[in-house]
Design a protein around this ligand. Sequence first.
Ligand code: ADP
Length: 367
Amino acid sequence: MDELSPDRIRQALADVRHPTSGQSVVTLGMVSGIVVKGRNVGFALEVPAADAQKLEPLRRACEEAVKALPGVGSCTVVLTAERGPPPDMQARPAAPAPTRAGPPGIDKIIAVASGKGGVGKSTTAINLACGLRAAGLRVGLLDADIYGPSMPRMAGLSGRPTTADGKKMQPMEVAGVKLMSMGFLVEEETPMIWRGPMVQSALQQMLGDVAWGELDIMVVDMPPGTGDAQLTMAQKVPLAGAIIVSTPQDIALLDARKAINMFRRVDVPILGIVENMSYFCCPNCGHRTEIFAHGGARECAAKYNVDFLAEIPLDIVIRETSDSGRPIVVSQPDSPQAQAYMNLALTVRDKLAGPTGVKPFPRIVDA
Ligand code: ADP
């Protein structure tokens, strides 16, 4: 029998008891979705949504019990809400004070976010991270897009993170940027259904249970959208600022506005907007075409009193390098496309270092 079979994991968990009922988490049927990949183990602990915070010690006790098994390198336990919709932060009269303790050694954490998927958020995040690294900073990149983690592909990396001390996972590395993604821990085809508390728990573990070391800046590639999961993440991680990526179309800009609003609600300063796929440069003749009414994001930034950070062209080379694991900032650093990301990185670095920090939160009145 494989030593680390799900049965073996369940045996190890038999003695972990629920703090109130005193019964084993296994007897209570709280353990589900056990996945064993080499020396890495992961599973979900089903809890009522309202008890998620109270049961954090139970989650840790489960992790410790499994980590104590011989042959286990790392164990990731996430809490899932067994019933009821995730808490609606908006409807709550008084949201609990956000927990914003960041991992020691990480100076600043910034989010790269978008109001919807497919606008180039992850491409921007990895090129920004590589640009910051090229500017001499110690950089981490955390792929928190747990619904569709694309960083392993964009960084051209596969395999599983190792652990040196049996407790913390070693981050992977791309061009000197330390990288962690849920994509390294689960199979790409594994259907992942994340619910509120589980999302939060996964992010906190990727921040806390990874040996990041000393970092000047960590770039977090957020899940797209502005729902509860994103809001909770924005609230739980001590973010120094957020960058919103949008394409120039009206409809995408409406989503960008929602994203600005979301960060404002949890008091995270907006570093600015990046317009991606801003214009098209013909690879043959260099002719520039403004497919999506270029400039929409600049107008949006002005309207909502946030900075406009960069415009990145819609460019086949960006797509090819991004999708084949060779971020353009690293593979073609002298190209004009890479320079656009490099300028973005320098702007972000300077804004974070500036004496006045970032602009006050913009007020947005919903139309
Ligand atoms: P998101 O993270 O917003 O879902 P991705 O970064 O995964 O978006 O990008 C979606 C697709 O668009 C990918 O195939 C990526 O290579 C491509 N892409 C992103 N930005 C550009 C760009 N500026 N020019 C061309 N293709 C791009």
